[in-house]
Design a protein around this ligand. Structure first.
Ligand code: PLP
Length: 379
């Protein structure tokens, strides 16, 4: 039996205001919208009991096949996957070690990371008792610096790929070469890097041993899910440390309906033509560009470089000739009003962007009229 529930009133009824999220797949603003087929699959999956180990086996095989990896698993978001990456490389599948975490005495517990790859989420690595060893300076890292940090306590080398992260790190392939020469795994965080779909295989192709992606970002799966793929023994170790087992990852539970929802989301993503989808995002972004292009002092363009902008995004820069309200004022005021609008703001101090991932045409019209209203105010 199904019954329709108004998607706005379900929040309004408890005093929560619906917003338009033009900031992309940001957890704080709701993540992403599930495809309707995914709700139905999750609904159905919630009504049937299964053996979770068997479901995890099958889900892992399916995800591994998309990535061209030996093995895979569903995790509790990318942050959950980061914790399991660390647990897998520090304790492996050794129950005596697994039970001791986050006490890592007597274990190889150092994870080497480029200093320019340090990020707030890397606390997930230290949560299991691993120590981060930074290499390189804030401009670059040279091969001898990486090699010089490797010692008998090294458990792995971590690598980050994300929008607006410095591109001055050593290329992943070179890091893999050095790591493998010392029998060490490379663990990659590529949380936001899908789409493009080709990034599902990219890191594994370059020799990475464990790679993680968020399920609730561009994949548009359940907000709390993530994907990890990689070497069979390391995925097994991550699974051993995770729920439903009673070790350090028990708190990183993923439910059966979330697993099914993620699998359906990945399948639907892969069945959707990337060029067609990109064209839709480009058209939505073009609406913004057309509306703002005449404003003097504002530089407006569609950006889509697959590094910082993974889908076509409308970007506008406040130049020195801009006479209206400041960038931060516009960002703040857009969040006020009857329908708060969240813009993407992590793209530079004088820049804002409208990310079309979570925005339909009607919502885009609201975004544009609110933008015109705020940008043309005297101050
Ligand atoms: C978003 C993000 C995470 C956390 O992902 P969740 O799926 O929200 O847990 C981790 N690392 C990077 C680089 C991210 O962008």
């Amino acid at each position: 039996m199904t019954h329709e529930i108004d998607p706005n009133s379900i929040y309004q009824d408890i005093g929560v205001t619906p917003v338009i999220n033009a900031a992309g797949p940001i957890t704080m603003f709701g993540g992403t919208k599930l495809r309707p087929e995914v709700h139905s699959a999750m609904n159905a999956a919630s009504q049937t009991m299964i053996d979770l180990h068997q479901l995890n086996d099958k889900a892992g095989e399916i995800l591994a096949s998309y990535a061209g990896a030996e093995a895979g698993m569903v995790t509790s978001g990318s942050a959950g996957a980061l914790i399991l990456q660390a647990a897998a490389v520090v304790a492996g599948s050794d129950k005596k070690k697994m039970r001791k975490l986050p006490n890592t005495e007597g274990m190889r517990n150092e994870i080497i990371i480029h200093n320019i790859h340090r990020f707030p989420y890397d606390q997930c690595y230290t949560a299991v008792g691993a120590k981060l060893i930074g290499v390189g300076d804030f401009l670059r890292c040279l091969p001898w610096e990486l090699e010089g940090a490797i010692n008998e306590n090294t458990a792995a080398i971590a690598y980050l790929d994300a929008p607006f992260v410095s591109r001055n790190a050593m290329p992943l392939k070179e890091v893999v070469e050095i790591a493998h020469a010392h029998d060490l795994p490379v663990i990659v965080d590529a949380a936001t890097m899908i789409p493009p779909r080709s990034n599902f295989t990219k890191y594994i192709d370059q020799g990475a041993d464990l790679v993680l992606y968020s399920g609730g970002k561009g994949i548009r799966g359940p907000q709390g899910t993530g994907i990890m793929v990689g070497r069979k023994d390391l995925i097994q170790a991550a699974r051993d440390n995770a729920s439903p087992n009673q070790f350090i990852g028990r708190g990183l539970k993923v439910s059966k309906e979330e697993i099914i929802g993620l699998l359906q989301s990945v399948e639907l993503l892969m069945a959707t033509d990337e060029d067609e989808e990109t064209a839709i995002f480009r058209d939505l972004s073009q609406m913004v560009v057309d509306a703002l292009i005449e404003l003097p002092g504002l530089e407006v363009s569609i950006e889509h470089d697959y590094k910082n902008y993974l889908i076509p995004t409308a970007v506008f820069r406040f130049t020195k000739d801009w006479n209206g309200p400041s960038r931060d004022t516009v960002l703040d005021r857009m969040k006020q009003g009857e329908t708060p609008v969240y813009l993407y703001w992590l793209c530079g101090p004088d820049t804002l962007a409208v990310d079309p991932l979570n925005v339909d045409q009607d919502e885009m019209r609201v975004v544009i009229s609110r933008l015109l209203e705020e940008l043309t105010k005297k101050n």
